[in-house]
Design a protein around this ligand. Sequence first.
Ligand SMILES: Nc1ncnc2c1ncn2[C@@H]1O[C@H](COP(=O)(O)OP(=O)(O)OP(=O)(O)O)[C@@H](O)[C@H]1O
Ligand SMILES: [Mg+2]
Length: 341
Amino acid sequence: MAVKEIMDSLAKQTVNNKKLSELVKDIKLVGDKLELVFMLPNKNLEKEIREKALSVLKDVEGLQDVEISFTEMGQPVQSPAFHRTRLPGVKHLIVVGSGKGGVGKSTVATNIALSLSKLGYKVGLLDGDIYGPSIPTMLGLKNQRVEVDKFNRIIPAEAFGMKVMSVGFLLPSEDTPLIWRGPMLMKALTQFLFDVKWGSLDFLVLDLPPGTGDVQLTLAQTVEIDGAIVVTTPQDVALADVKKAVVMFKEVGIPVLGVIENMAYFVCPESGNKYYIFGKGRVLAFAQAYGLKVLGSVPIEPEIAETSDSGVPIVESSANSQSAKAFLSIAKIIAEELERR
Ligand SMILES: Nc1ncnc2c1ncn2[C@@H]1O[C@H](COP(=O)(O)OP(=O)(O)OP(=O)(O)O)[C@@H](O)[C@H]1O
Ligand SMILES: [Mg+2]
């Protein structure tokens, strides 16, 4: 392996009509490790250059590690606040949020993602709840630990045909608390978006942590998000917080696809009667007041909680349950809406 061989392989890829080899500003080979510095024609191209370079370099025999960095040229690099990058290879990035904790976001995100996968789409699920990741449990991936390829790129886990990533995979065990603070968490999340080998996906579903804080805002400014789904229960306390989430999404220019009413009612197994435990009609009234669609209502089913704990989501374990049908119908609405654009 020699520098020439590396340059030849870089010449096989082009970005903006330029061979990658022409964009190399600095190249250093130390043993089996390569350090490359590219001139960046513009900030948008960082991901593309990195990916294309890695795609050819991985075939260079003997090369074990690559470190890629960039130096600017041409126009000044824009501030990230005004510049959102599109996730390469991902057709639709959707986020699942709510102002309030515990309303069922992760349950909804998981079951919607799985429903989309059952509809035949290629789906990824990213657990953005860096404070309290629950998706590993919900998908039976509690013992999963992070895996990397020879270039140190993170390989997502697989469950039920979906690609899955969670900060939980980085922790030594399930009960280890995460002691990182804000900036590190943010960095982890952007890395999960950009540096995980998602491959090509039709949908990447991102389960957000509760609230309308820094994570949500930074994320909204970093990556192009195609739509947000807001989860609420019919209680006033939940709706009050959800309003904040809706306002936040609107302010940062993320289209809200609609609202999902979770724990909408309970069907008595003996009588078949519906009981609206947290109130009826409030979510619809709320959605109308904000010009939003109600994408669907998911009943309270004890089986949902059981299946979350056992690691097999309800759309997989009981496809005929009311909630599984609701999730599937919501997934169809979302797919139609986004594929129409
Ligand atoms: N429709 C439902 N019927 C019965 N149980 C449900 C339903 N939706 C969610 N749950 C249960 O409620 C609990 C909270 O759900 P989940 O973890 O999805 O909420 P969350 O909004 O993601 O919470 P957090 O804010 O902590 O991330 C879980 O135990 C879940 O199994
Ligand atoms: Mg959650």
